[in-house]
Design a protein around this ligand. Structure first.
Ligand SMILES: Nc1ncnc2c1ncn2[C@@H]1O[C@H](COP(=O)(O)OP(=O)(O)OP(=O)(O)O)[C@@H](O)[C@H]1O
Ligand SMILES: [Mg+2]
Length: 270
């Protein structure tokens, strides 16, 4: 579904701030693959998402999504088939627009109907209501309220719904529960698990929680210095402990794992 081949990205080339954020990175995801990603600080995880989403063009390499070469495709075109969530719940929704309007914009854009003549039908509205009720947060009864009134967790759940209201070719989750309180984070994570599994969505999820990295999805990827240093799935992944993961990282990266946030959050749960 996703084929990243030999992609590199250097920021501020030729200056003292030169930084090779992606270093000949390659990654292949099969349809329905759900890979979690962990890595040291500045490993290039968000940069890889930016490269996939088209926030910038890669310096070299190619990116194929659903068999199509999207290497040079602009971000706004890619966003029709790529769902993306960030750590900050304020990103991804428009605060002054209502819940229904936000969903409508996401729906029309992803279904290629985003012309000024497009309208939301009664059927669409019933569909939104159904979708919202799945979140179990009472949002289906607040469809005409502005999104700015929602809590961070409600907003993140809504963003998840918007990103998947039309099944995306890939869903990119960049520590999307990190800014939420533990109970809300657990709920949004559970929703993520359900939505991704029910629709077999191909998904990449950056997390700073090692337990999550082993327990969510079917594949765990570790990044360091713009490269993938570990990629485990199947029987190799089953039964792996956080300690195993840290050991394997050290062997692959040639150094100990050094992400403070990860090392401080190795407890179970969120
Ligand atoms: N727009 C940019 N301009 C300059 N440097 C950048 C830019 N974006 C990222 N970088 C640099 O590229 C490197 C990789 O950054 P990236 O944000 O991808 O790391 P990350 O793995 O997501 O880290 P974190 O776990 O802290 O979120 C870092 O050294 C970062 O400072
Ligand atoms: Mg990041």
């Amino acid at each position: 579904m996703l084929r990243i081949e030999n992609v590199s990205k250097t920021f501020n080339p030729g200056t003292v701030n030169e930084k090779k954020a992606l270093d000949h990175l390659s990654l292949h995801l099969l349809p329905g693959d759900f890979a979690t990603i962990v890595g040291s600080n500045g490993a290039g995880k968000s940069t890889m998402f930016n490269a996939i989403a088209g926030t910038f063009l890669a310096d070299e390499g190619t990116i194929l999504l659903g068999g199509e070469d999207i290497t040079f495709r602009p971000e706004h075109i890619r966003s029709r088939t790529i769902g993306r969530l960030f750590q900050d719940p304020l990103m991804g929704t428009a605060p002054h627009m209502t819940i229904e309007e936000n969903l409508a914009v996401a729906y029309l854009r992803a279904s290629g109907r985003s012309s000024v003549f497009s309208r939301i039908s009664r059927k669409d509205r019933a569909f939104f209501r159904d979708q919202l009720s799945l979140l179990d947060m009472g949002l289906e009864d607040r469809m005409s309220q502005p999104v700015g009134l929602l809590s961070g967790g409600q907003r993140q759940a809504l963003t998840l719904l918007m990103a998947t209201v039309v099944t995306p070719r890939i869903l990119l989750l960049d520590e999307h529960t990190a800014a939420l309180d533990p109970a809300t984070a657990a709920k949004v994570l559970e929703l993520t698990r359900t939505i991704v599994a029910e629709r077999s969505i191909t998904c990449l999820m950056v997390t700073h929680n090692m337990h999550q990295a082993l327990e969510m999805g079917n594949r765990t990827i570790m990044m360091n210095a713009g490269r993938i240093v570990l990629d485990v799935a199947g029987t190799e992944r089953e039964g792996m402990t956080v300690e195993d993961l840290l050991r394997r990282f050290a062997a692959g990266a040639g150094k100990a794992f050094d992400n403070d946030r990860i090392l401080l959050s190795t407890e179970e749960g969120i």
